[in-house]
Design a protein around this ligand. Structure first.
Ligand code: ADP
Length: 622
């Protein structure tokens, strides 16, 4: 198991890296896109809030200046101690304040003392107060107009002060001041969708859609500034705690990424008031203030996180898909390789088969050549054998010639005597004796014709055609041919032939030649014996025709038994035997489809057996 895990470790690492990278990339891209989106919305909000604030402030911008149109007001400034004028101006200011919905309206002389005020009825009225230290007074005296955010010195009410100088044709008479409540300005923000704040030139938040942000500082205040605040009583000794807004990064178009620390559970708002924000600021025209819109990054973060998750899952899915496809590709490749290997093996096999076939056909050719050669050799051998047979016949004839000569000489001598006597008997007129002589002559001529005819038949070349031959008949023919030798040797021939005569398909002449040879050998073996005896036996048994020639000679010795059928094996004297007789005989019998064998008879003498396939009943009659 661990080895399998290790084998897959690089893949797992790759997957993790891929998922990490995709998650990170998707997060980054989604965050950038979200930020760009948020920035566009923020800018839009900034436009909207600036416009509504400007409109709200602009409503009161001309109000202080309009007091210069009021004669009573100017007269009171000219004569501050006028008891008759003061109440009417106060009443007028009170009325105007009510109508305009402002916090207070008052008039200050050039020395900085309040000469008339809308809140004249109240115990803490401004009348008689020295406000020469207030920046809006100083500014107005210097430039004609003064604007200031501050907290009231008497009632501690924050407000926006708008001041304008009042003058007649020749000189400045005093300053008219309108104090607008901040709530008044904030009214326009009742519908804002994101936290917004206005900070003054000191970095103090004077307006904020979140109540707790008011009078917090956006940047740290140094000691000199704090002391100046004490002098002008701008914030009327408010604590001015820092908002703890930290800049994380600066983006383009003046946008910044900031974080606001959570102050405590008491900070309850419809907006998120702590966390990371996109802050977009813009100076408010006509004021030294800055409007800042804060857009919370929570949503962007959430979207970025969900996109990152989608990307991670997507990457894993793609990776798996890739793996599956790769696996498939590899599988296909393996299959292709296997098919190629198979094809290769197949080709190789085919090549081998071709080679073997070529070898085989070459071997076949060789074999055919060899067979042809054998056939040629066989033919040559057959021809040689035929020649030998012929030669053998001639040899036999040669051997027989003495006997034949003796056989023919006798009748020839008898013929001469008979013919000589015949002439004499004819001269004597002895017709009867002459006839008897002539008849005797005819008999002798017949006998001679028989002998020569058999010799001719023996010497004639065989036709090679096999025919049914009666074996005893052939045996008799052979005995007839050997008659002179047999009678010369005084041999006793015992012949046994069953009926019906066994028949075999062979050549009668050549069979006779074999038998002559066997009987001749038997006579040779018994040469010099007082009572030579030859037993000839013919039988048909078990589909075999058997012809045996037995003599009572010395039998076959060891050497003769093992070399009997070899050509030129002979024990006879030179000129007597050639050693071809049995060789030729065996060849002839083999041609007939039979066998020739020689053995010693248990009762002495040699016995030669010739076996041929026996012709059956149907063949016998054809
Ligand atoms: P050849 O008669 O010219 O010698 P054969 O082939 O007929 O040639 O005989 C070969 C030899 O076999 C003879 O020389 C003889 O030694 C032996 N042989 C053949 N027939 C007989 C027989 N009947 N008895 C003893 N030996 C024989």
């Amino acid at each position: 198991m661990p080895s399998r895990f290790l084998r897959h470790l690089p893949m797992l690492l790759l997957l993790v890296v891929l998922m990490g990278l995709s998650g990170f990339g998707a997060h980054r891209v989604a965050q950038q896109l979200g930020l760009a989106d948020l920035q566009a919305t923020g800018l839009h909000r900034l436009d909207l809030y600036t416009a509504s604030l400007e409109r709200e402030i602009g409503k009161y911008a001309f109000l202080p200046g309009t007091l210069g149109l009021e004669r009573d007001v100017l007269d009171l400034l000219r004569r501050p101690g006028d008891d008759k004028l003061a109440p009417s101006v106060n009443a007028y200011l009170e009325q105007l304040n009510d109508r305009a919905g402002t916090l207070s309206i008052y008039v200050i002389d050039t020395a900085g003392h309040v000469v008339a005020s809308s809140n004249w009825r109240r115990a803490d009225s401004f009348i008689g107060e020295d406000l020469s230290f207030r920046p809006y007074f100083r500014e107005a005296m210097a430039s004609g107009n003064g604007r200031f955010f501050g907290i009231g010195t008497t009632r501690g009410e924050p407000g926006y002060y708008l001041a304008s100088t009042l003058a007649d044709d020749s000189r400045t008479l005093g300053v008219a001041v309108i104090k607008v409540s901040l709530e008044q300005l904030e009214k326009s923000w009742s519908t804002v969708e994101a936290p917004a704040m206005v900070s003054d030139e000191n970095g103090v938040v004077i307006l904020g859609s979140v109540a707790d942000w008011k009078f917090t500082t956006l940047r740290p205040l140094d000691e000199t500034t704090r002391r100046a605040f004490d002098q002008t009583q701008q914030y009327n000794r408010r604590a001015l705690t820092p908002l703890e807004l930290k800049e994380i990064a600066e983006l383009d178009h003046g946008a910044r990424l900031v974080s606001i620390a959570k102050k405590g559970p008491e900070m309850v708002s419809v907006y998120p008031v702590a966390g990371r924000f996109l802050a977009q600021s813009r100076p408010l025209p006509g004021t030294p203030w800055t409007l800042t819109v804060l857009s919370h990054l929570e949503q962007v973060d959430e979207i970025a996180q969900s996109r990152a998750m989608v990307a991670i899952v997507g990457a894993a899915f793609l990776f798996m898909l890739g793996l599956t496809l790769d696996e498939r590709r590899r599988h296909l490749k393996d299959r292709l390789a296997a098919r190629e290997a198979l094809q290769k093996a197949h080709d190789q096999l085919e090549r081998k088969v071709d080679e073997r076939t070529a070898d085989l056909s070459a071997a076949n050719h060789l074999l055919q050549d060899e067979i042809a050669e054998r056939i040629r050799a066989e033919r040559t051998l057959r021809a040689a054998q035929d020649e030998l047979v012929q030669a053998g016949k001639l040899a036999v004839i040669g051997q027989l010639s003495t006997g034949i000569a003796h056989e023919l000489n006798q009748p020839l001598a008898a013929l001469r005597t008979l013919s000589g006597n015949g002439v004499r008997f004819l001269e004597r007129g002895d017709v009867a004796t002459t006839r008897a002589n002539l008849e005797r002559i005819a008999q002798l001529v017949d006998r001679m014709g028989l002998i020569t005819g058999q010799l001719r038949a023996f010497a004639r070349k065989s036709s090679g055609q096999l025919q049914p031959v009666a074996l005893c008949h052939a045996l008799d023919a052979a005995l007839a041919l050997l008659e002179p030798r047999l009678s010369q040797a005084g041999a006793e021939v015992v012949r046994h032939c069953p009926l019906p005569e066994p028949r075999a398909r062979c050549d009668a002449n050549r069979l006779e030649q074999v038998l002559i040879n066997l009987i001749g050998n038997a006579l040779d073996a018994m040469d010099g014996q007082p009572a030579p005896r030859i037993e000839l036996d013919c039988a048909g048994l078990d589909g075999q025709a058997r012809l045996s020639v037995r003599d009572h000679g010395p039998g076959l010795d060891e050497a003769a038994l093992s070399h009997l059928f070899e050509p030129f094996f002979t024990t006879k004297a030179a000129g007597v035997g050639l050693g071809l007789g049995l060789t030729i005989s065996a060849g002839i019998v083999r041609d007939f489809g039979g066998t020739l064998s020689g053995a010693n008879h248990p009762d002495g003498g040699a016995v030669f057996t010739l076996e041929l396939p026996l012709l059956d009943e149907t063949e016998r009659h054809d």
